[in-house]
Design a protein around this ligand. Sequence first.
Ligand SMILES: *[C@@H]1O[C@H](CO)[C@@H](O)[C@H](O)[C@H]1NC(C)=O
Ligand SMILES: *[C@@H]1O[C@H](CO)[C@@H](O)[C@H](O)[C@H]1NC(C)=O
Ligand SMILES: *[C@@H]1O[C@H](CO)[C@@H](O)[C@H](O)[C@H]1NC(C)=O
Ligand SMILES: *[C@@H]1O[C@H](CO)[C@@H](O)[C@H](O)[C@H]1NC(C)=O
Ligand SMILES: [Cu+2]
Length: 158
Amino acid sequence: MGFKFAQRLVLLLTTAASLVEVSLANMTPGNTHSGAPQKFIVGDSQNWKFGVNYTDWSLKNAPFYLNDTLVFKYDPPSNTTYPHSVSLLPNLRSFLNCDLRKAKMIANQTQGAGNGFNFVLKKKKPYYFVCAERDGFHCKVGLMKFTVSPLHRQQRRY
Ligand SMILES: *[C@@H]1O[C@H](CO)[C@@H](O)[C@H](O)[C@H]1NC(C)=O
Ligand SMILES: *[C@@H]1O[C@H](CO)[C@@H](O)[C@H](O)[C@H]1NC(C)=O
Ligand SMILES: *[C@@H]1O[C@H](CO)[C@@H](O)[C@H](O)[C@H]1NC(C)=O
Ligand SMILES: *[C@@H]1O[C@H](CO)[C@@H](O)[C@H](O)[C@H]1NC(C)=O
Ligand SMILES: [Cu+2]
């Protein structure tokens, strides 16, 4: 009787311990988006180029958090391809229409070379990224546009 009881107690304690371990593992920062800021290469292996669906890319990689870094990589100007660059648009309306009149260039045609151009999401506001090259053709037809609204990390509580 005493032995059986002890055995059961041990079993109970080990089960409880492994449950605690599992829940601790789930809360460990770094295994998801929680914890330290992350770096994302825009477009992954496709980089920043004409014809990639960046809305799709951003939806698949969301949510983004404050202080995460977006890395824009693109070839410098050459004789065989049109160059790219990175600009921010001021609002949703201009973003939807690829209206570049108030576009603010954040990376020029050469800054995407090598390790790329790093942009830190510092503010809690929507960012509207576009490639403003060729008078909006890259934005409208080339799908080189996406929006990101970084969150506070504390908003994830599991
Ligand atoms: C791009 O991806 C989005 C989200 O997956 C989708 O809704 C949209 O239709 C796609 N655009 C094109 C032109 O394929
Ligand atoms: C982002 O980084 C800045 C500078 O390193 C720091 O002061 C700030 O607290 C960070 N913000 C968040 C939300 O992590
Ligand atoms: C582009 O073409 C020009 C003239 O046709 C040539 O001088 C230049 O070296 C070429 N540049 C590159 C990067 O191939
Ligand atoms: C692009 O920006 C870099 C870094 O600010 C600068 O050195 C370079 O001259 C610029 N290139 C053009 C084409 O404006
Ligand atoms: Cu472009």
